[in-house]
Structure formats: C-alpha cells, structure tokens
Unconditional design. Structure first.
Length: 232
C-alpha cells in the first residue's frame, strides 16, 4: 500500500523538521512548506492525504490557506496554533478545518490525530463500491454508504466530519445527543477539543443543508441539552 502523503505548512523550520522526522519514521511521505502561498501551491500540486496547517504564516495566513483549499478539496486539515484563544479554533473550524491542536503538543498526540483523520478518509474510500443506501428526507437525500448528500438533486460538498455528524444524527432520528456525546461518538477518538467544535460543525452543516440556517428544519437544537435530527 502506498504511504500516505502529509503536507506540513509551518514557517518555523525547527518545528517543521521535528514533525517531518517523526512522521517519516511512522512511514508517511512528508513534504514541507514555509509560508502560506508555498503551502497552497503544494497543496494543489501534490494532492496530499492530510495537511498540517499553522495559523500564523507569512504571505498568507493559515485561515486564508484553509479557505482556499476548501474551495476545491475535502482533504483533512489539522490546524496548528500557538494560541489558546477560542477565536482561532472556532474560525479554523468555520473555514472547514477538521481538527486543531495547540502548541506545544506531544508527538504521540499529533500522530494519533493524524492517523485518526486518515482512517476516516480510508473508510470513505473503501465504501465507493458499496451499494447505495439512500435515505430521503423531504428535499434532502443521504447515501449512508457512499458518503453523498443531495439537496434538490444537487450534490452538496461536505467535509468528512460534517457528513459523519449528519449521518450519525440522521440514523437516529429524533434522539437528542449532548455535545459531549457527539464528540465521543462522531469524532471517535480521545478528542482533546471542546464542545464548541460540535457547535461550529452544526452551524456549517445548517448553512449547507437548510434553506434558512436561522430556521432549521433538519438539525434541531434541544435547548440546554444538545442536537437531534428531525424529518420535516
């Protein structure tokens, strides 16, 4: 099996070199970029299996790079940030990042995050030949096996994490889940994030699924508890 390609976009060469050394030991094929523009160019050219993306970059910051990558790709993106500020984490997720990790971080934690995100990508690739299992909900159809969502017959571009959250809720109609439960069940590994991660992902899903995201018909909020999926 071909080794997975990881692109590190990090302007601090010492940090990039340490990450690259450890990932190479794990069997990954690693490329590095040291500013946002170079990172974006390499992301387009090499089509990596996963991107590690620093927030603070010269020429083009990580948020801009994430937004540009998401215009044409659903490759898993893990944001690297030196700040504890909530706004950095939330903004990255809103722009389509799948995960984030705050510096300083341990290599074991980083590698665990990388492998967990790649496993999900492998699962998606593995179901492409599976038979359809389409569930229809008013103007929305979800192919549970093929990771495809259509609204009014038009395919929606969802990240893997967005699809997994939607599928998890849709397969359990009307059952309310707390944010903590969704982090555990959907994110699926020892997730070190916080419950705002769920809120941001729900907001992104609503923007794509709903005619009016401020008046949702599918993903509903149970105030003070969490979220559930409702068939209109």
């Amino acid at each position: 099996m071909d080794s997975k390609k990881v692109l590190i976009i990090e302007d601090e060469k010492a940090i990039s070199d340490i990450i690259r050394f450890n990932l190479t030991k794990e069997g990954f094929d690693v490329e590095a970029a040291y500013d946002g523009q170079e990172g974006l160019d390499k992301a387009v050219r090499m089509e990596p299996d996963l991107i590690l993306l620093d927030v603070m970059l010269p020429l083009m910051d990580g948020f801009q790079v994430c937004k540009r990558v998401r215009e044409s790709s659903v490759v898993p993106i893990i944001m690297l940030t030196a700040k504890e500020e909530e706004v950095d984490k939330v903004l990255g997720l809103e722009l389509g990042a799948d995960d984030y990790i705050t510096k300083p971080f341990g290599m074991r934690e980083l590698i665990a995050r990388i492998k967990a995100n790649l496993r999900r990508t492998d699962l998606t690739a593995g179901v492409k030949g599976e038979p359809s299992n389409v569930q229809d909900f008013a103007n929305l159809s979800i192919d549970m096996n093929r990771y495809e969502v259509r609204k009014n017959e038009q395919v929606l571009e969802l990240t893997l994490r967005e699809f997994e959250l939607l599928r998890y809720l849709a397969e359990r109609e009307n059952k309310v889940f707390s944010r903590e439960q969704l982090l555990e069940e959907v994110w699926g590994y020892e997730y070190y994030g916080d419950i705002r991660t769920v809120d941001v992902t729900v907001r992104r899903l609503r923007e794509k699924l709903e005619d009016d995201s401020s008046d949702p018909k599918y993903i509903m909020t149970k105030r003070g508890i969490g979220y559930y999926f409702r068939r209109p």
